[in-house]
Design a protein around this ligand. Structure first.
Ligand SMILES: Cc1cc2nc3c(=O)[nH]c(=O)nc-3n(C[C@H](O)[C@H](O)[C@H](O)COP(=O)(O)O)c2cc1C
Length: 157
């Protein structure tokens, strides 16, 4: 029997995940980004990570065109970032401090940490695209704690 969308959503909602804002830039230099939990490390040598981006998102074509992205790890108390970047389109970066990183992707100044990447492989996977990126820069604020997402709600640890 085929798995329904409802089952898939319910089962996957029970997997607790850290919350990120994955960002890129358009050819004319505008910042784009979206809230994402589909992020994981892939390889230590070379240093690779992946993110899965919905093909229907406004940001999607800009990830493919620029082939650069940053994964900003949200900290406890940054639910407002998660909510802002989960609404499609609009001026998401308005009043949000950020700077372009060495690879060209926007880095949120308020964050737990980040990795900045150049896409090495782009893989079609159903209604999403998997971006496999080589990490070229990053940091982590050891004193901060993460924002988590579990069954439709945000938590600290
Ligand atoms: C907690 C949470 C996790 C999400 N994870 C992903 C994800 O991993 N990949 C993705 O493409 N969209 C994910 N989304 C949905 C996007 O954030 C949402 O579609 C966003 O509006 C797309 O923005 P855009 O159309 O402006 O690019 C998630 C949303 C939430 C609330």
């Amino acid at each position: 029997m085929a798995v329904t969308k409802e089952q898939f959503r319910r089962w996957l909602a029970s997997f607790a995940a850290g919350v990120t804002v994955v960002t890129t830039r358009s050819a004319d230099g505008r910042p784009y980004g979206l809230t994402a939990t589909a992020f994981t490390s892939v390889s230590l040598e070379p240093p690779l990570v992946l993110v899965c981006v919905d093909k229907k998102s406004e940001s999607h074509p800009h990830f493919l065109a620029s082939r650069v992205f940053a994964v900003n790890f949200l900290a406890e108390g940054q639910e407002h970032y998660a909510r802002r970047f989960a609404v499609s389109g609009g001026e998401k970066f308005r009043d949000i401090p950020f700077a372009f990183g060495v690879g060209g992707a926007p880095l949120l100044q308020e964050r737990l940490g980040f990795v900045e990447c150049r896409a090495e492989e782009i893989v079609e996977a159903g209604d999403h695209t998997i971006l496999i990126g080589r990490v070229v820069a990053g940091d982590a604020a050891e004193e901060k704690r993460p924002l988590l997402y579990f069954r439709g709600a945000y938590y600290g640890i």
